[in-house]
Unconditional design. Structure first.
Length: 369
């Protein structure tokens, strides 16, 4: 028989808060982490720590019921904090699992935390910060911070009680997360915000686009074939003057790079995805990368038909609708066009010029055939 326990002090969740953030704020009032409090409530029965999936994405019904009852909240209010109630898979969220028990290793906006403190509120981790495309705070227009502003360690933050309020503190040095008086600000926030907007629009477009974006992100991080002689994945070449290699970064899952990469490498990955798929004609602003999707596919031994650099249906002319030709005929025509000097010469042009060039090449090729 499960004993129902009530907590005398239980802050209410904020509307835009992650479930684990709210649980962390409640638990710190009792000098505990949220996993320890869950064990006391009888819904964690071993020594392991709950991860992103069971903590924020799909908490168990038993977990939701126990926390709702102990904090005197409607079960529906707690269940609404779960990310699985939204139209995204777990691959589109930053998991943010810290290496230390009870720690959150996810980027935060220090200015938003300052606003919380100034208003007399608890710090809380906003739900939008968990979206993979969020690298800039939409309110303060600054790149999110992943490392402690005091000791620059990136082990994560943990909730503590400070001056009668819940505050995020560095798990290494213990100091409260806040903006520094004379911090150095980079000039990349506008570019990152623009790329984030492009990616966000594509994510919300349709499932086929989302699947394609994830596939390209995984190709960017896929380990090289031994016979190529290459040691680093393609993501290392997205930014030409990047001095670090991906192998220097800890614990990036190549199968889920957007969910697990540090914020810097996540931004590099998003830049690569936007440029390779030309999201919102992003190559006009970002420029072309030194490699193509076809090269990535060949280099990682992926089947060529899974990823194509240019969707041909958008450029098919009226002659291409002529009946009486087989699929192999059209495939041969398309391959000859993509290999032609005229098409390669048009790659630096704007989209209307490229479309006109491709239409002319289609007409010419079909006439010859």
């Amino acid at each position: 028989m499960t004993v129902q326990r009530e907590l005398p002090l239980s802050p209410r969740p904020e509307d835009d808060e992650l479930l684990s953030s709210w649980q962390g704020r409640v638990a710190c009032r009792y000098d505990l982490i949220h996993d320890d409090l869950s064990r006391w409530l009888g819904v964690l029965r071993d020594d392991r720590c709950g991860g992103f999936t069971e903590g924020d994405f799909t908490p168990s019904a038993e977990m939701v019921q126990a926390w709702a009852a102990s904090c005197r909240l409607p079960k529906e209010r707690v269940q609404a904090l779960a990310l699985s109630s939204r139209p995204r898979s777990r691959s589109w969220y930053v998991w943010g699992e810290g290496r230390v028990a009870g720690a959150f290793r996810r980027p935060v906006c220090l200015a938003c935390l300052d606003d919380d403190a100034a208003a007399g509120r608890d710090h809380h981790i906003r739900r939008p910060w968990a979206l993979v495309e969020t690298v800039v705070c939409s309110r303060h227009h600054r790149v999110l911070d992943e490392a402690c502003p005091h000791c620059l360690d990136s082990s994560g933050f943990r909730f503590v009680v400070h001056e009668a309020a819940a505050r995020l503190a560095c798990v290494r040095c213990g100091r409260i997360a806040r903006t520094m008086p004379q911090e150095r600000r980079g000039g990349s926030a506008d570019l990152f915000a623009a790329v984030s907007t492009l990616v966000a629009a594509a994510i919300e477009d349709q499932s086929a686009v989302r699947d394609r974006m994830l596939h390209v992100a995984r190709l960017l991080w896929k380990p090289p074939r031994p016979r190529t002689g290459r040691r680093t994945p393609f993501v290392a070449d997205v930014v030409p003057d990047l001095r670090l290699t991906p192998t220097a970064q800890a614990r990036v899952d190549p199968a889920e790079p957007l969910a697990t990469a540090p914020i810097g490498w996540r931004m590099v990955t998003l830049l690569g995805v936007a440029a390779l798929l030309d999201l919102g004609s992003s190559t006009m602003r970002l420029g072309r990368l030194s490699f193509s999707l076809d090269q990535m596919v060949a280099w990682t031994d992926e089947p060529p038909q899974q990823v194509k650099e240019r969707p041909l249906p958008m450029a098919v002319s009226s002659h291409a609708m002529t009946s009486g030709r087989s699929d192999s005929d059209y495939l041969a025509v398309a391959q000859s066009i993509l290999a032609s000097e005229e098409w390669r010469a048009a790659q630096g042009s704007n989209p209307p010029v490229r479309r006109r060039t491709l239409n002319a090449l289609v007409d010419k090729a079909l006439a010859r055939a």
